[in-house]
Design a protein around this ligand. Structure first.
Ligand code: SAM
Length: 220
């Protein structure tokens, strides 16, 4: 029999490392990371690695992002309880659960193009009390107009540029956070909608996400 892993203790140590490393400043972001068990979003063979700060395979050639990368995005987004969020690229559902901790469960819609991943994400989310997050299957490069406007659109896959439909689906002063740039290796762009409907954008950290595959992004 192998040694049982104390995931709660490992989670606490990972969060301490993210704070010490300067990735987490906001106490609400810290609480969110403490509230969501990353191991519950992993395939069984990756579970022992749950609290390493690294992307891990979730099957279908996709990954769950490194916790430090998610922390950077959540810090930049300055999310308030009650804001409505669209996440593009549900993957495992882990990032959606963190978003739900920050804004409230009925305020998160997450879109995934791979149906099998969306189904597994729904079941992962429900298994740890985040079943009220809405996971839909579709091409997130088109946004998800049915539930617009959003206070924040957060993409966890990389696009060549910000797709036009996203800006159209943002509320006034809404934010987009997205990895933008070449297919392999992007920069995190943070854009805010102006009163005239245009976007003010700035560049944050370099990053490396899987490509956003869709009609307004990369071809399959
Ligand atoms: N946020 C995820 C998590 O917490 O596990 C990790 C996301 S993974 C890095 C990127 C995801 O984006 C993949 O699951 C991929 O299938 C999805 N994706 C790629 N293109 C997409 C698109 N056009 N619409 C929706 N999802 C897309």
């Amino acid at each position: 029999m192998g040694r049982e892993i104390d995931f709660a203790a490992e989670r606490g140590r990972m969060v301490d490392r993210l704070v010490r490393g300067g990735y987490i400043h906001n106490p609400r972001v810290r609480e969110a990371f403490l509230a969501v068990p990353r191991e519950s979003f992993l395939v069984p063979e990756e579970r022992a690695e749950a609290y390493r700060d690294t992307p891990l395979s979730i099957g279908h050639n996709q990954t769950i992002s490194a916790p430090s990368m998610i922390a950077i995005m959540l810090e930049e987004a300055l999310l308030q309880r009650g804001e409505r969020i669209l996440e593009i690229g549900t993957g495992s559902g882990y990032h959606a659960a963190l978003l739900s901790s920050l804004v409230g469960p009925r305020n998160v819609i997450s879109i995934e193009r791979v149906e099998a991943l969306a189904e597994r994400a729904r079941s992962n989310l429900a298994s740890v009390g985040f079943g009220e997050v809405t996971v839909v299957v579709g091409d997130g490069s088109l946004g998800y107009p049915d539930r617009a406007p959003y206070d924040c659109i957060m993409a966890t896959a990389g696009a060549p540029q910000i797709p036009d439909p996203w800006a159209a689906q943002l509320s006034s002063r809404g934010r987009i956070l997205a990895p933008i740039g070449p297919r392999h290796g992007q920069v995190l762009v943070i854009a805010t909608k102006r009163a005239d409907g245009g976007l003010d954008a700035r560049e944050g950290t370099p990053c490396a996400f899987v490509p956003l595959v869709g009609s307004q992004a990369w071809p399959d």
